[in-house]
Design a protein around this ligand. Structure first.
Ligand code: TRP
Length: 333
């Protein structure tokens, strides 16, 4: 069909709570993508067990994260949202693609090198072959685009190599996917150290989407500002990174320009500015938190979302898997 939408797919590791940096930098813009693309998002629970997980935590975080994405604007009516382990074709195609991925290629993956250095006591086979599973995640849905961060680009490149190799042997089975670099949202820095990105590994400077308003306010009141003498709200990334970061956050949640913000706080000092940013963030996150809590409490609804998502995903994934099984020579059932 002529005006059929292009397909986009991305996997999300349910490995931690979402924070303001994730939201303002990326997720906030994902809802609108569904107008242009046919979007698939899945919770990559199978990937997380390459590193040892607490089972109860993994289960809880998978559902919490799904609820948070929906609350951030990923409408399950307009996007296909599912849990990776619910669609068994991922594991099945993953195995096949393992046999078309070279030891040398996997050995060159920087994420493998980093993670095996970090978890020396658990350098398991899954950690090593994970990029073949990721290639299966992608290729099952024949997407045009795969939105990924810098750290995952190498895996998408490997996927492209696998496509070339596989199609070279069997003909046009897989569509060649392109990495999709989303237009950059706000680059939110940590509140306790504005020289590094906001990260859950520095929790005092990190504002989580599900955090209580009083905790958010405390973090903003304690936000590191700059030890220059003027104490005024002026945008200067270089010399006043703390204030610049707060201004960026305030601008992102209120839509005000830096000039308007400078005027608003002219002569008022940081003691007024910091709680104002905190209030604005609290009000932006309040509906998201409340919606996520509502969804989490409504088990039947959440279940209906991930069931419908898995059903739709399986249908598409199965078509690709059947084709692959036939090509490699498995007997049809
Ligand atoms: N590896 C990705 C990450 O660590 C998550 C992921 C798994 C993924 N499968 C994917 C991303 C397929 C894009 C496409 O963030």
């Amino acid at each position: 069909m002529e005006n059929e939408k292009k397909v986009m797919l991305s996997g999300i590791q349910p490995s931690g709570d979402l924070h303001l940096g994730n939201y303002l930098g990326a997720i906030r813009n994902w809802g609108a993508r569904a107008e242009e693309f046919d979007c698939y998002y899945f919770m990559a629970d199978m990937h997380t067990i390459t590193v040892r997980q607490n089972p109860a935590d993994l289960r809880r975080r998978t559902l919490e994260q799904l609820a948070q994405y929906i609350a951030c604007g990923l409408d399950p009516e307009k996007n296909t949202l599912f849990i990776q382990s619910h669609v068994h074709q991922h594991a099945e195609l993953g195995w096949v693609l393992n046999c078309y991925t070279m030891f040398g290629e996997l050995s060159r993956m920087t994420q493998f090198k980093d993670k095996s250095a970090k978890h020396k006591d658990n350098i398991n086979g899954g950690l090593f072959t994970y990029p073949a599973l990721m290639a299966a995640d992608i290729l099952l849905y024949q997407p045009d685009y795969v939105p990924v961060g810098e750290d995952q680009k190498q895996h998408v490149e490997l996927t492209r190599n696998i496509v070339q190799r596989f199609n070279g042997i069997y003909g046009d089975v897989f569509k060649m996917p392109e990495p999709y670099i989303p237009k950059a949202g706000a680059r939110v820095m940590g509140l306790s150290d504005p020289t590094g990105k906001m990260s859950k590994s520095a929790p005092e400077g990190c504002v989580f989407l599900m955090e209580k308003p009083e905790d958010i306010m405390r973090k903003f009141k304690r936000a590191v500002t700059d030890c220059d003498t003027e104490h005024c709200v002026r945008y200067d990334r270089e010399n006043k990174p703390g204030v610049a970061n707060l201004m960026q956050i305030y601008s992102a949640v209120t839509g005000k320009s830096y000039e308007e913000i400078e005027q608003e706080f002219d002569g008022k000092g940081y003691g007024v500015f910091k709680p104002a940013v905190g209030e604005a963030v609290v009000e932006t996150l309040r509906p998201i938190r409340e919606e996520a809590q509502r969804i989490l409490a409504d088990k039947a609804y959440l279940e209906s979302v991930y069931r419908a998502g898995a059903e739709k995903a399986s249908y598409v994934a199965n078509k690709t898997l059947r084709k692959v099984y036939k090509k490699v020579g498995f007997v049809a059932r």
